[in-house]
Design a protein around this ligand. Structure first.
Ligand SMILES: Nc1ncnc2c1ncn2[C@@H]1O[C@H](COP(=O)(O)OP(=O)(O)OP(=O)(O)O)[C@@H](O)[C@H]1O
Ligand SMILES: [Mg+2]
Length: 236
C-alpha cells in the first residue's frame, strides 16, 4: 500500500488531510492542559478506518515537526507495517515477550520524525500480553523517546485488547464508520470503555462511502475478529 493510500502525504490540500491536521491540532490543545501524549485509536467494530486514522494522525504529527511513534497493537490483524511500508520484525509482541529491545523494534518510516513499532509475531492471547507489566514499562520508556505515541488497536466493541491499555494510555480516540457502526456495537464499545474508566479524547466519524460494509465479511461476534485472515488480504 504505502504512500499512495496515505492522503496526508499524497494530497496535503485535500479536505481529508485538513481534517487530520485539525485533529492533530485539537489533540495538541488537549495536551497542553491534560498532558496527552499517548493515544490509543480504537473503534466499536471492524473496518471502520481505525488503522487509516491512526496512520494519518501519526504522519500529520510528524509533519508538524513533532517526533511520533506509531505502534501496531492490533496483534490479530496488523496492517501498519503495510501502510507505512516498514519491516514486520521485531515488533511489539517481541518486546513484550522479552525477545527484543524497544529500540530494535522501532523501524524508520518514510516520513521524517515518524517511527513505527509493528506488531511482531502474532501471540495466542493478545489481550493478556497487552495487559502485562511489560507493556506499561514499554509505554513509559517510549514517552521519553517521542512527543507523541499513537497506538492502533482492534475494535473495543469486539475484543478486550484496546481496553487492556486503559492504564497506560492518556486516552482513546474512537473511530466510528458513518452509517456502519451498529447501535449494539457502539453500546458495547461504550460499556467496555466505562468498565476500564477509559478517557475518550474525541470521536472521529469516518465517512467510508464506496467501501463495502463489514457485514459482508461475515463477522459473527468476538471470536471471529482476526481469525478470518482472508478478508484482510483483499484490500491491501
Ligand atoms: N474514509 C475512507 N474512505 C475510503 N476508504 C477508506 C476510508 N477509511 C478507510 N478506508 C479503507 O477501508 C479499509 C479499512 O480501513 P482500516 O484498515 O483503516 O479499518 P480498521 O478499522 O483499522 O479495520 P480493522 O477492524 O480490520 O482493523 C482500508 O482498505 C482503508 O483503506
Ligand atoms: Mg485496523
Amino acid at each position: 500500500m504505502a504512500k499512495g493510500k496515505i492522503v496526508s502525504y499524497t494530497n496535503p490540500t485535500a479536505p481529508a488531510s485538513e481534517a487530520f491536521r485539525a485533529l492533530r491540532t485539537n489533540l495538541q490543545f488537549l495536551g497542553i492542559s491534560e498532558q496527552v501524549s499517548v493515544i490509543a485509536v480504537t473503534g466499536a467494530g471492524p473496518r471502520e478506518g481505525k488503522s487509516t486514522t491512526a496512520s494519518n494522525l501519526a504522519i500529520s504529527v510528524a509533519q508538524a515537526g513533532r517526533s511520533c511513534i506509531l505502534i501496531d497493537a492490533d496483534l490479530r490483524c496488523p496492517v501498519i507495517h503495510r501502510i507505512l511500508a516498514t519491516g514486520t520484525q521485531p515488533g511489539l509482541s517481541d518486546v513484550l515477550l522479552g525477545q527484543s529491545t524497544a529500540v530494535q523494534a522501532l523501524h524508520d518510516a518514510w516520513v521524517p520524525g515518524l517511527k513505527v513499532m509493528p506488531s511482531g509475531q502474532l501471540p495466542p492471547s493478545p489481550a493478556d500480553l497487552l495487559l502485562s507489566p511489560k507493556m506499561a514499562e514499554l509505554i513509559a520508556d517510549l514517552r521519553t523517546r517521542a512527543d507523541m505515541v499513537v497506538i492502533d488497536t482492534p475494535p473495543i466493541g469486539l475484543v478486550s485488547d484496546a481496553a487492556a491499555l486503559a492504564r497506560v494510555v492518556d486516552g482513546y480516540l474512537l473511530v466510528l464508520g458513518a452509517g456502519r457502526t451498529t447501535r449494539d456495537l457502539a453500546r458495547r464499545a461504550k460499556q467496555a470503555l466505562e468498565t476500564v474508566h477509559g478517557n475518550i479524547l474525541g470521536v472521529v466519524l469516518n465517512n467510508m462511502a464506496g467501501q463495502p460494509e463489514y457485514r459482508h465479511y461475515g463477522y459473527g461476534g468476538y471470536g471471529s475478529y482476526g481469525k478470518d485472515k482472508e478478508r484482510h488480504r483483499h484490500a491491501r
